[in-house]
Design a protein around this ligand. Structure first.
Ligand code: NAD
Length: 495
């Protein structure tokens, strides 16, 4: 990939080992400067999606028989290309997405980290196991499932795509990936880099919105769907998958609670910086960050004071390509309007809204989908700003009386993705044990609390299945047991 400049960057689909040029392209706006086009992406059709599925299906028979060593070698070559282009990829991602450079670089780091973990562990995780004892012999095999449709959202387009590509291909599956139209450029570059290292048809990428997504989730030849996105879309996908009983992994929405216990030290500046930075990382557009904060009433007033102090120091809103920027624009107009509607509702209810951070260039701010980070104080526990996933730069802060109430409030949601508990470590771990979530982080939140060696995912309506870690890798195989019992007859057969 050549160096990026401010010229629009055009990407294409990749089907059956070839760049697939489509007739129509759509512009992707730069959300920080809405009069600038970051690039163009191909508006693929349902026919194109079928062509990609057919290619993946045709490639599966041979690919599933390849040696693990060969798969790992190819994956490592793909990873190396991404590493060699890391800086340019981060710049392009920042331009099309709006996330600040440090954040875009962080996303590349996480993507590479998990791809390397998958490549390093594939031999061990997918190995055939032979067990033999007095009851007989069992061969446990991990068979690839077949054609995988991977569908990813816009907020972490690279990480949420590569975490599917690496284990799926290493396990012997083939794949068709469809990224989101809201950040389609960098993920396409990365997918091409990997796909070129594999035989034709093993990894394909097509673009489009719901129509292409529906084909990918309902086509008979697809055996597994790996989806990350909103809970409502997840419901449509589950229905589409039901028709032919496809295997599904669903990573859906979150409304993550953060609990600040009575022994949380509000004077710990490093911890307060962690709270503030994680709340507004990627402009609050992350599934795994605090979206409602519960603070013990004994520390509440001081907490708010220190929080605002830290926010005004660390939240620097502006041009995402500038080194010092920590908060960029919202990724798209719809999301901006939705977050604004939650704030309008909060205002109508009489809640207090406090604006945070500094904008150094008001003129620049006006050019993009920018909004000031805010906290909402005095909201009711069941208000919209608390009950709905805002997915943007605002967060409500509420009071609680004791641990039991904090746990009850945290669990009072249909969602259960991640969560965090802040305070004296043993106390926080004890409270964590009672939280209904796939992950609970202690004294940290967001990406800082992600350990890619362990499973990640949600409970309740936040999803089914896991990504990352060994458990995440096993989502891409079916187990197949070859059983040779020592005694092959049924016991107690009447003579
Ligand atoms: P979205 O559900 O609108 O879209 C996700 C993807 O699904 C896009 O590629 C979209 O084009 C596609 N799609 C839309 N309708 C479809 C259909 N009927 N069939 C198949 N595909 C379809 O989500 P989004 O707005 O891109 O992302 C934000 C949401 O994703 C938030 O709710 C967030 O919490 C969630 N998310 C979850 C995780 C996680 O790991 N659990 C991670 C990131 C984001």
């Amino acid at each position: 990939m050549g160096a990026t400049n401010n010229e629009p960057h055009t990407v294409e689909a990749y089907i059956n080992g070839e760049v697939y040029k489509s007739g129509e392209h759509e512009p992707r706006v730069n959300p920080a400067k809405t009069d600038e086009t970051a690039g163009y992406w191909p508006l693929n059709t349902v026919e194109d999606a079928r062509r990609a599925i057919d290619a993946a299906d045709a490639a599966f028979g041979a690919w599933r028989k390849t040696e693990m060593k060969d798969r790992i070698e190819r994956m490592k070559k793909g990873i190396q290309k991404i590493k060699d282009n890391q800086h340019n990829l981060a710049e392009l991602l920042s331009r099309e997405h709006g996330k600040p450079l440090y954040d875009a670089e962080g996303e590349l780091t996480v993507s590479i980290m998990f791809m390397e973990y998958a490549a390093e562990n594939a031999e061990r995780v997918y190995k055939e196991e032979i067990n033999e004892d007095e009851r007989g012999k069992n061969v446990l095999r991990h068979e690839p499932i077949g054609v995988v449709s991977a569908i990813s959202p816009w907020n972490y387009p690279l990480a949420l795509s590569t975490e599917k590509i690496a284990p799926a291909l290493l396990a012997g599956n083939t794949m068709v990936l469809k990224p989101s139209p809201m950040a389609p450029l960098t993920v396409t570059e990365v997918t091409h880099m990997i796909a070129e290292e594999f035989p034709a048809g093993v990894l394909n990428i097509v673009h489009g919105d719901a129509d292409v997504g529906i084909e990918l989730t309902s086509n008979d030849k697809v055996r597994k769907i790996a989806f990350t996105g909103g809970t409502n879309t997840g419901k449509h996908i589950m229905k589409a998958a039901a028709e032919t009983i496809k295997n599904v992994t669903l990573e859906l929405g979150g409304n993550d609670p953060a609990i600040f216990l009575d022994d949380f030290d509000v004077n710990d500046e490093a911890a307060m910086r962690r709270v503030v930075i994680s709340n507004f990382l990627t402009g609050g557009q992350i599934c795994m960050i605090a979206k409602r904060m519960y603070v013990h009433e004994s520390i509440y007033d001081q907490f708010i004071e220190k929080y605002i102090e830290a926010a005004n120091k660390w939240l620097r809103i502006g041009d995402p390509t500038k080194k010092e920027t920590t908060v960029g624009p919202v990724n798209n107009k719809n999301q901006l309007e939705f977050v604004q509607s939650l704030l309008d509702d909060s205002k109508k209810q009489g809640y207090e809204i406090k604006q945070l951070g500094k904008v150094d260039d008001e003129e620049f701010f006006e050019k993009g989908y920018f909004m000031y980070p805010t906290i909402v104080l005095g909201a009711d526990y069941d208000s919209r700003i608390v009950a709905e996933e805002q997915f943007g730069p605002t967060v409500p802060i509420l009071k609680f009386k004791d641990d039991a109430q904090a746990i009850e409030l945290a669990n009072d949601s249909e969602l259960g993705l991640t969560s965090s508990v802040w305070g004296e470590e043993d106390h926080a771990i004890e409270v964590s044990r009672h939280i209904e979530a796939g992950v609970t982080m202690v004294n940290t939140a967001a990406i800082q609390g992600l350990d890619i060696r362990f499973p990640f995912g949600g409970v309740k309506q936040s999803g089914i299945g896991r990504e990352y870690g060994e458990e995440g890798m096993l989502e891409y195989v079916d187990s197949h047991v070859i059983n040779i019992p020592a005694t092959k007859d049924l016991p107690n057969i009447p003579q």
